[in-house]
Design a protein around this ligand. Structure first.
Ligand SMILES: Cc1cc2nc3c(=O)[nH]c(=O)nc-3n(C[C@H](O)[C@H](O)[C@H](O)COP(=O)(O)OP(=O)(O)OC[C@H]3O[C@@H](n4cnc5c(N)ncnc54)[C@H](O)[C@@H]3O)c2cc1C
Length: 405
């Protein structure tokens, strides 16, 4: 299951929709989740109260202030359960989660207690759908989830550290609230374009947030992130307003599978809103490095012109690569590029039947973007995007958007 400590905005990309009828366990699990949705906050508080009562030693794995954090583990658990029928994606998600939990010091013997607290919480907050059948389904689902995480963590132990120390080597302010932060990890750090890492700052111990790699792996081993400070954001504001070269961050392992499909020769339709453009840049660089001439169409969305903080480097890439087209899309007072919202702009230039879709940005943008791409001819299984949250509201990426998360 998810985790005993987790406060990263666990993410991966799940397919929206699905053709097959849901399995029996999926139906039972979803019934419970639907019942819990209106009382998700109370259920979350209850879950943590139980967890810390029965496992007081676990409290140290969580941040001092739990207010903004406490939904994470519970949200990740419920999210995983909700996607029980998409086994391939779910397995990748849980493996990432299991590996990521090594940095909290999570051990396999902690999972049963978390499972018990989950069951008690569901029993209490979903009384109408709870019963022997629901309990049996949840036990099966939780067992599968926790074992997948435990196995992935054990396998990873032989290969990688639980976390990396990473010194900030440059901090470049691009706008009032966006900074490009570049770090040097203390040990080699392997990842793929399109992935992300969770990151802890010295100012908010045990508070981890996800940030996407903004380039392909570089020969000098440095890693760059584009960070947007969100109002009252703990980690993002520290990274944008406080961090300076010399500060040392902690990095979790790479995660996510919004990566290039090695078997596809199709074009790439990439849609990035705000700092969601960071992994898109990494993907474009990846296509360039592979040297295969796949057409790549990038739509870069922002609220206002001055939020297109990385447009120049995209235009530079466009000049160098004839297969690349970049279109800025500005929602308000546009003087640059296209005026309006990203999904409409994408529709306007469709159809996109011959393309694979990549979406990155605020959860709301992703939801609308998926609809737009499907309506323009890209089947759902060829659309990759960051995880966009579940009923308890897992954290989305920062940006122009409202906090769906
Ligand atoms: C897979 C993935 C990749 C991500 N990549 C990036 C990235 O490359 N760059 C980047 O900047 N962010 C990225 N994010 C978002 C990032 O992980 C954090 O959620 C974000 O920086 C806010 O964290 P915080 O600690 O500053 O805010 P928190 O302390 O978590 O939140 C503070 C307050 O702000 C609200 N809030 C949270 N997010 C938003 C928002 N987007 N808009 C308005 N209010 C908000 C919260 O509800 C809360 O009230 C990514 C998220 C995911 C899941």
């Amino acid at each position: 299951m998810t985790a005993i400590s987790a406060n990263d905005g666990a993410a991966t990309e799940f397919q929206l929709g699905g053709e097959r009828p849901p399995s029996h366990d999926a139906l039972v699990v979803r019934r419970t989740l639907a019942e819990i949705e209106p009382v998700a906050n109370e259920a979350t508080s209850y879950f943590y109260a139980l967890l810390f009562t029965y496992g007081p030693h676990l409290r140290d794995m969580f941040p001092a202030a739990m207010d903004a954090q406490r939904d994470r583990i519970f949200a990740a658990l419920l999210t995983a359960a909700e996607h029980i029928d998409d086994l391939e994606t779910l397995t990748r998600y849980l493996q990432d989660l299991g590996r990521g939990h090594r940095k909290y010091g999570t051990t396999s013997d902690q999972y049963p207690l978390v499972g018990e607290c989950l069951m008690y919480t569901l029993e209490r907050y979903a009384p109408r759908s709870w019963g022997p059948e629901a309990e049996a389904a949840w036990v099966r689902v939780y067992t599968l989830m926790s074992q997948t995480m435990i196995d992935a963590a054990a396998e990873d132990e032989a290969r990688s550290p639980a976390w990396w120390q990473a010194e900030i080597v440059s901090h470049e302010r691009r706008t009032n609230d966006v900074a490009v932060v570049t770090v040097r990890p203390d040990q080699p750090y392997a990842y793929r374009a399109g992935q992300y890492a969770s990151l802890e700052t010295p100012w908010w111990p045990r508070v981890w947030r996800s940030y996407s790699f903004a380039s392909v792996p570089r020969p000098d081993g440095l890693l760059s992130f584009h960070v947007k400070a969100v109002p009252a954001g703990w980690v993002s504001r520290s990274l944008v307003n406080r961090a300076i070269p010399g500060d040392v961050l902690r990095l979790g392992p790479p995660a996510g599978s919004m990566t290039l499909d090695p078997d596809s020769d199709r074009g790439l339709l990439c849609v990035g809103g705000s700092t969601g453009i960071a992994p898109i840049k990494a993907l474009v660089e990846d296509v360039a490095e592979r040297g295969r001439r796949r057409p790549v169409e990038v739509f870069f969305g922002a609220n206002r012109d001055n939020e297109l903080y990385d447009l120049d480097s995209f235009l530079d890439l466009e000049r160098r690569h004839p297969w690349l087209a970049v279109r800025p899309v500005v929602a308000q007072y546009a003087t640059l590029g296209l005026a309006g919202q990203l999904p409409e702009a994408v529709r306007q230039f469709g159809p996109w039947r011959e393309f694979d879709g990549y979406l990155s940005g605020p959860p709301q943008m992703i939801r609308k973007g998926v609809d737009a791409l499907v309506s323009c001819g890209i089947p759902a299984e060829r659309i990759r995007h960051d995880f966009i949250g579940s009923l308890v509201g897992a954290q989305g990426r920062a940006g122009t958007r409202s906090p769906t998360t």
